[in-house]
Design a binder for this molecule. Structure first.
Ligand code: DGJ
Length: 745
């Protein structure tokens, strides 16, 4: 008889069509150790090789009742036995010639590791990761399996943490390395997730880009050899996002299997996919080895960041909805995650650095006339000896510029707060921009503490945007930032903070400085967001340079791109929505011709695109708008505010991608499918072909829905909307948009 250890937990609800009771989420066969993390939708399975005590992967995907090894026979070839195994935690130096998940250098210089299985633990719930952002959940949400490995030659233990979130078809994974020896060791490579998938035809989907061109969807075949992408920027970066998906070529937005992987981390990362001679596909996601070399002293532990993987049998759309729901419910810890966000006006594109208290209050008054309820003073408000009148001055000196704000922030914010919003009894609220991780050489801070910036000995300290990165790995820098932000928040009623970050890391004192910086950054942000949950925090890094799950743990939203052109934003927002919920995107309407692209699109189009995000606003000087535009804005805000709750709380369906259709469309459906909002766009006016019917998703087929836009309405069955679709009539004009609401009758 085989011994079974089963953790039984009762699931409290249903989602994604999944309802379960008393499901055994983690089962362990102790005789021939094998492990299964399963719900009725997914299974993640592996076993211990009885000869080598290595962990061998069996299955990750749709639910399977039994663990069946993929290939248990002998495979002959030039590799060692470890080469011809689908491994769970591949180390280096024993004849597995693929890219390893873990690579450790010992004090005598060798880099061989020999981890063997020693035991396991199972617990309900999920432990937190010391110093790192991670998913969280209680006993009814998640269960955790910890598998213990030991390298007897070097006295290093590895504990692999697997947590299953059954409601979201998700597995979270990280590991801890403990040095039980008497000499220092160095971790050269740490991939939080590693899995060897079977020999199947696969495509890899990831998001690449650059400044003002983030999250372009990249889909290609997984071929023999290594393929992957990385950020060596020091941050998650615009160039590649720490996310990838693997799916058969037949998988579409709504059909077929897909597995997504998302790294909860803000620093340099590496995603490596390697198809080996056997056809097996190794998937690694974790820290970038170029920015690691992490020393672990005797008795110390290193914790890897966490990767979340989700399985979907409803295409890439299903994968995204799993990520969205998991991240909203079990990653984001902000009070605002499920809250409607205030419509705002941000000063950056309208006034730049050229303002003073009078012009700012005037801008806030114009914002109130339009119906905005939050006014954000962007860059340029600080600096005394080096006033921030352009981007070469003042970063680091977080005191209000006395030439612009003679009495400091307090009286200025009071003036803004006294402004009444048009047609409302509400008063304006105030938000402020900061960039605390940076310093200009022309600043009091740099003159006092030149050693605080990231630098490498006597190497040149290369400037980018005229600034240097402060080394947040230093505790004195962490304390400085906490103190200055606390002082700013104490000086005036500040409702919102936009935390910007505008360059990558160049010269670093050592490769490990990047991870030390991240631990310092997380400490600072953890401290401030815990102390100030009432503040609406927004991340930004020259647009979407740090749109990653690490920061979404602390901040509910992030500025999506500095490219505010409506058309470009469609591509960027659809791409960003692969892993990240639209509720976490901040999107603004700017003036035309657009600052970045020179393109002119209608105001209604720009507003519709921006309304697909959690945080909506304007980034322009209203005094430059014509009267028609000024007259239109209040009703655009009213529409946006009406649909904002469902944009924030609903399930998101990409109906047609801008990459593939002249008529891109998306919709949000409430969790009970009793209401929805549809966004549809026409990019170019086209006589032929005519638009395809727009088949909706996520509705109750048997229910009737009233579909309308305020001036027109019609009632249809869900089955008609799902299976026949809407034929929208488009005017003969470029850049058109339609927003329709659907209410169950
Ligand atoms: C880059 C951001 O992405 C912009 O929105 C703006 O805040 C500027 N920095 C200010 O310097």
């Amino acid at each position: 008889m085989k011994a079974q250890n089963i953790l039984a937990v009762s699931v409290l609800g249903c989602s994604f069509g999944l309802c379960q009771d008393n499901v055994n989420w983690i089962s362990v066969n102790e005789d021939n150790p094998s492990f299964s993390l399963s719900s009725s939708n997914i299974s993640y399975q592996f076993h211990v090789d009885p000869l080598t005590l290595d962990l061998v992967h069996d299955h990750w995907g749709a639910y399977a009742a039994e663990t069946v090894p993929d290939f248990d026979g002998v495979i002959s070839g030039w590799g060692g036995p470890y080469t011809y195994r689908r491994r769970e935690f591949p180390d280096l130096g024993r004849g597995d010639f693929r890219v390893p998940a873990i690579h450790i250098q010992h004090s005598d210089g060798d880099t061989v590791s020999a981890f063997s299985y020693t035991g396991y633990d199972v617990s309900a719930g999920k432990p937190s990761l010391p110093g790192l952002p991670a998913t969280f959940g209680g006993e009814g949400d998640v269960s955790t399996l910890i598998v213990h490995l030991y390298d007897n030659y070097s006295n290093i233990s590895a504990d692999l943490y697997y947590s299953i979130f059954p409601r979201y078809n998700a597995i979270a994974r990280s590991f801890r390395i403990t040095n039980n020896g008497s000499q220092d060791v160095t971790i050269l490579r740490a991939s939080s997730w590693s899995v060897d998938m079977p020999n199947e035809e696969l495509e890899m989907i990831d998001l690449h880009g650059d400044w003002a061109a983030e999250t372009r969807i990249n889909r290609r075949s997984v071929v023999y050899g290594e393929q992957g992408f990385r950020s060596s920027v020091g941050y998650s970066s615009h160039f590649h996002n720490p996310f990838l998906a693997l799916a058969p070529p037949s998988t579409t937005e709504s059909l077929g299997p897909a597995i997504g992987y998302s790294l909860i981390y803000t620093g340099s990362f590496s995603a490596d996919v390697e198809r080996w001679s056997t056809g097996w596909v190794r998937v690694l996601l974790g820290l970038n080895p170029l920015h690691l070399s992490w020393p672990v002293a005797p008795g110390d532990t290193f914790t890897s960041p966490e990767v979340v993987s989700v399985y979907s049998e409803h295409g890439l759309g299903g994968m995204s909805r799993s990520f969205h729901s998991l991240y909203k419910n079990h990653l984001s810890r902000s009070n605002y995650t499920f809250e409607t966000r205030p419509p705002l006006l941000n000063s950056w594109e309208g006034l730049g650095f050229d303002f003073n208290q009078t012009s700012m209050v005037n801008l806030a008054e114009q914002a109130a006339e339009l119906g905005c309820t939050l006014f954000v003073n962007d860059d340029g408000w600080f600096g005394t000896d080096y006033p921030r009148n352009n981007d070469s001055l003042g970063l680091g000196d977080w005191t209000p510029n006395p030439a612009k704000f003679p009495d400091g922030l307090g009286p200025y914010v009071e003036q803004v707060d006294n402004i009444t919003i048009k047609n409302s009894s509400e008063h304006m609220e105030f938000g402020l921009w900061v960039e605390p991780e940076m310093v200009n050489p022309d600043s009091d801070l740099y003159k006092q503490h030149p050693e605080w910036c990231m630098h490498a000995g006597t190497h040149n300290r290369t400037l980018q945007r005229n600034q240097l990165v402060l080394n947040l790995g230093l505790s004195e820098v962490q304390e400085y930032i906490i103190t200055v932000i606390e002082r700013i928040l104490d000086s005036a009623p500040i409702r919102y903070i936009k935390w910007d970050n505008n360059r990558g890391m160049h010269e670093m004192p050592s490769p490990s400085a990047n991870h030390a910086y991240m631990l310092g950054l997380y400490r600072v942000i953890d401290n401030l967001t815990t102390a100030h949950p009432e503040v609406l925090w927004e991340g930004c890094a020259s647009g979407g340079g740090r749109f990653d799950p690490g920061l979404l743990h602390y901040w509910p939203q992030s500025w999506t791109s500095d490219d505010t052109d409506g058309l470009e934003r469609l591509y960027i927002q659809f791409g960003t929505s692969y892993p990240y919920p639209p509720s976490s995107m901040a999107c603004h309407v700017s003036a035309v011709p657009n600052h970045q692209t020179g393109r002119t699109t209608p105001l209604a189009f720009r507003a519709a695109v921006a309304s697909m995000c959690g945080s909506f606003g304007f980034e322009l000087d209203p005094s430059t708008l014509d009267q028609d535009e000024l007259d239109a804005i209040p009703s655009l805000i009213a529409t946006q505010q009406k649909i904002n709750p469902i944009v924030i709380n609903g399930d998101f369906y990409r109906l047609a991608l801008p990459d593939q259709s002249n008529w891109p469309a998306a919709m949000f459906v409430s969790p009970e499918a009793d209401s929805a909002v549809l966004f549809a766009f026409q990019i170019r006016s086209a006589l032929k072909p005519i638009p395809p019917p727009l088949k909706l998703q996520g509705l109750d087929a048997n229910a009737k829905y009233k579909v309308g836009n305020g001036t027109w309405e019609q009632t249809w069955y869900g089955s008609t909307l799902l299976n026949v679709g809407l034929s929208l009539g488009w005017p003969q004009a470029d850049y058109q948009s339609i927003i329709l609401t659907l209410d169950k009758q």
